[in-house]
Design a protein around this ligand. Structure first.
Ligand code: BMA
Length: 331
């Protein structure tokens, strides 16, 4: 069988075949949502969260919006990546010298990646406004917070899963302090995960209505023989607010600020009851994938309506063919 995903086999990821008769390239888990309201005592809503394989099972960093309104990051474990055991306490961070890090005011939309022998969490961190926080762990017991990557305001920090041309690469989305009405995807380089520079624009909003207001990178990009598969969110505005859909593109392997193909169509848009009803209706916000290099199966974890965690599935070859067959066209 053709191996398109460059990576490890991971046969135990969640999976359901595409429903018979469906023409979608990304289809929902039929038991969605996988995390409902009030899953932990301290927080009423868990959504926009990340997971990764760990020691034969799965571990995750979850965004929980607490009863005081602030979001925090919580660790969770699972044998099947569907049924989760999530800590009620937030993750405690330490500085590199072992002293406790400054208290977290708010932390949200985590991403989780393994680079070489360590795991990194990136998230939207309060620093006189939102910017990108970074922490490292090797055992999911001790978490070392690194310097914030950027000045405010920035959201959606997403690390590539390996150094590219000797440097760490971080997708990010400069923003404002509120419900940003603009936003293109950029990337930044670093030799040490502390000093970030050599900023490049990756992707701008387009005339296509579902992604004409703002964009943001989603899960950790997946390395494939066809380029980096970048799943992202695209946003449009209706009379009653923003609508967040899921898009897909391929980026150049050595220079990922270069787009090989970007799909004019969304891959998934709010339709299911748990996507169109909730704290913020009409949001599908992808933050993580689990993927199996042997079968090309991809399980996509996304936040639904800022209220739930939901799952969708795709087959890598079908997804890439669809992206290439339906490219953005100029107006
Ligand atoms: C963005 C972030 C996301 C959220 C989205 C929709 O600005 O706050 O966490 O899912 O808005 O409300």
């Amino acid at each position: 069988m053709k191996k398109t995903i460059i990576g490890d086999p991971l046969p135990n990821i969640p999976w359901q075949d595409k429903p018979k008769g469906s023409s979608e390239v990304m289809w929902r888990y039929d038991k969605n949502p996988v995390i409902g309201r009030n899953a932990i005592k301290s927080g009423g809503r868990i959504f926009n969260s990340a997971t990764i394989p760990y020691k034969g099972e799965f571990i995750g960093v979850f965004r929980a919006d607490h009863k005081n309104g602030y979001p925090g990051l919580h660790l969770g474990t699972s044998k099947n990546a569907i049924d989760w055991d999530i800590n009620d306490e937030t993750i405690k961070f330490y500085n590199e010298d072992g002293s406790p890090a400054d208290p977290i005011v708010y932390a949200y939309d985590p991403r989780l990646v393994k680079i070489e022998d360590a795991y990194y969490i990136t998230w939207c961190n309060y620093f006189y406004g939102p910017t990108i926080g970074i922490a490292r762990t090797k055992d999911f017991k001790t978490f070392t917070q690194l310097e914030n990557a950027f000045l405010p305001f920035n959201r959606n920090g997403v690390l590539f899963p390996r150094k590219i041309q000797g440097e760490y690469v971080l997708l990010n989305r400069p923003s404002d302090n509120g419900h940003t009405p603009f936003g293109d995807i950029y990337l930044s380089h670093s030799k040490d995960l502390t000093y970030w520079g050599k900023h490049r624009r990756v992707m701008a909003t387009t005339h296509y209505w579902w992604k004409n207001v703002k964009l943001g990178p989603g899960p950790i990009p997946i390395e494939t023989t066809e380029g980096w598969l970048m799943i992202y969110h695209g946003v449009c505005q209706s009379c009653s607010g923003f609508i967040y859909s899921i898009g897909g593109a391929l980026l150049d392997i050595d220079e990922p600020n270069r787009i090989i193909a970007d799909c004019e169509n969304y891959l998934l848009t709010p339709e299911a009851p748990y996507e169109v009803n909730g704290f913020v209706p009409n949001v599908t916000f992808p933050c993580a994938t689990l993927h199996d290099a042997d079968t090309g199966r991809i399980a996509i974890f996304y936040g639904a309506a800022d209220t739930y965690v939901a799952l969708a599935f795709a087959q890598v070859d079908e997804l890439i063919d669809y992206i290439k067959a339906n490219p953005n066209k100029p107006l």
